[in-house]
Design a binder for this molecule. Structure first.
Ligand SMILES: [Cu+2]
Length: 501
């Protein structure tokens, strides 16, 4: 496909997508609004929400060792329909890895699918050769064993493939899982995994008449917007709530779709955590927008015997030229919550958490400001080159990155290795939902986001980290830059490894 450049051309593409989307069946599953939506919702939400198992581990010489095997399988995304999928240690998605700050971990990553892949630890602070980006390829039949020390606050991170040009399809087929980090700060939040502390991986899929996954963007500028919404791998799920408060760890694991999570009755909930950990000050809200790759930890209260529906409202995507085409009008149910007649008591959500030194970045320390102008699939006029290092950072520096979406359709921005602080959005202070540690941020059209981040360690002039749009089609098409962290400000030659034991 020939890429069309320039914002007017991009707008034309988006409008074309609107016109060609006419064949979709409009439904209005949330009720009320009457908006057209290409999402087809299940008639009932009765499938028990699958809880990804906690990955077993063994501690060997002080290292907690996990195993992940990427494999092909078959799963029932829609009840009664058999769909070929990919998963880690199973048919779809993967187990939840869990480790505590200070621990040293290792993961034996075996590739049993028939093409090269990688596993990237999204949100993790770690050396670049352990990062699982496109330079750490794992060939079919091979095993890669990254190891690092967990050195960051408790957070909801995740893992997924990152092979250059193939990430969208690998994630879409089902390769993704959560990586939860704990620390010794007492949060007072619900923490019984799978009971009142529930991982919710939200993705959208498209199935053909034979139940096979279809990865077809229909020429949509942002990528695939699926018609079937799934939570932890299934459509139409219900979670049985047994406690007064339930904590949901929401992950947008979709390739392109932006969600605006809310409850059908607009009940308030408490937003307690962002991508990289707990918000210094939790706040009450009735919705939270998540673009691909972003996470939110929320706590919601249910009355005994009651139920509610987690939904996605039409997301405010900013000044996009063709809202319909990019999912901005889509509203649909996501996950039903059903409370038992009697609920176990829960402590109230704290009004503040004990501050940690790494909760914030002191932007006054910033030594360098870099600008990243995103247009179509380019950053500062360049698309991804595996052999080119785009930015060279000095270890120990705090930097400000100014990221601008010059297009009239959605992008977002993900930086490997670090968590950043959003200083301002088009000069204005960010909303409370951006008040915590972030590794991915949605970029509204024609706005500049100033991000502060500190590169503490892991100097390696030859092995780059990635910074990129996390709309996976865009990433695959080259909306990605490479940066190295160095001792002396001098980049080396890019090292790519193909792991074979
Ligand atoms: Cu993008």
């Amino acid at each position: 496909m020939t890429r069309v450049r320039g914002r007017l051309a991009a707008a034309a593409v988006a409008v074309t997508a609107v016109l060609t989307a006419g064949g979709c069946v409009p439904v209005n599953p949330v009720g009320g609004g009457g908006s057209l939506s290409p999402v087809e919702s299940p008639s009932s939400f009765d499938i028990p929400l699958p809880i990804p198992p906690l990955a077993p581990s063994t501690v060997v010489d002080g290292v907690r060792v996990f195993s992940l095997e990427a494999q092909e399988g078959t799963s029932e995304i829609v009840p009664g329909v058999s769909t070929p999928t990919w998963g880690f240690n199973g048919d779809v998605l993967g187990p939840t890895l869990r480790a505590t700050r200070g621990e040293r971990v290792a993961v034996e990553v075996t590739n049993s699918i028939d093409e090269p892949t990688t596993v990237h630890w999204h949100g993790m602070h770690l050396p670049p050769d352990m990062d699982g980006g496109p330079h750490q390829m794992v060939e079919p039949g091979d095993t890669w064993r990254p190891t690092w020390q967990i050195d960051q606050p408790a957070a909801t991170l995740w893992y997924h493939p990152h092979p250059h040009g193939r990430t969208e399809e690998h994630v879409y087929r089902g390769l993704a899982g959560m990586f939860l980090l704990d620390d010794d700060r007492a949060s007072g939040l619900p923490d019984d995994y799978g009971v009142d502390d529930v991982p919710v991986i939200v993705q959208d899929k498209r199935l053909d008449d034979d139940g096979r996954l279809v990865l077809d963007s229909d020429g949509n500028e942002v990528g695939l917007l699926g018609s079937t919404i799934v939570t932890n791998g299934v459509a139409g799920a219900v979670h049985e709530v047994t406690t007064e408060l339930v904590r949901l760890r929401l992950l947008n694991g979709s390739t392109a779709r932006v969600y605006d999570f809310a409850f059908e009755d607009d009940r308030p909930f408490t937003h307690v955590g962002t991508d990289g950990g707990l918000l210094p000050t939790p706040y009450e809200t009735d919705h939270v927008r998540l673009s691909p790759g972003e996470r939110a930890e929320i706590v919601v209260s249910l009355a005994p015997g009651s139920e509610t529906m987690l939904v996605s409202r039409a997301p405010d995507l900013g000044g996009v030229v063709a809202p319909f085409a990019v999912g901005a009008n889509d509203e649909f149910p996501v996950l039903r919550l059903s409370a038992a007649p009697e609920l176990a008591a829960a402590a109230p959500v704290p009004v503040a958490f004990e501050p940690l030194a790494d909760d914030t970045v002191d932007a006054d320390d910033a030594a360098v400001t870099r600008r990243f102008a995103i247009q179509d699939r380019s950053i500062n006029g360049r698309t991804m080159d595996m052999d080119r290092i785009d930015e060279t950072v000095r270890v120990g520096d705090t930097e400000i990155w100014e990221v601008t979406n010059l297009d009239l359709f959605p992008h977002n921005w993900h930086v490997h290795d670090v968590q950043f602080q959003v200083l301002d959005v088009e000069g204005d202070p960010p909303g409370p939902e951006l008040g915590g540690r972030k590794d991915t941020v949605y970029l509204e059209p024609r706005r500049t986001y100033r991000l502060a981040m500190r590169f503490e360690d892991f100097a390696d002039p030859d092995t780059p980290y990635m910074a990129h749009c996390h709309l996976l089609l865009h990433e695959d098409q080259g909306l990605m830059a490479q940066f190295v962290v160095t001792d002396d400000g001098r980049a080396g030659r890019v090292a790519t490894t193909h792991h074979d034991h």
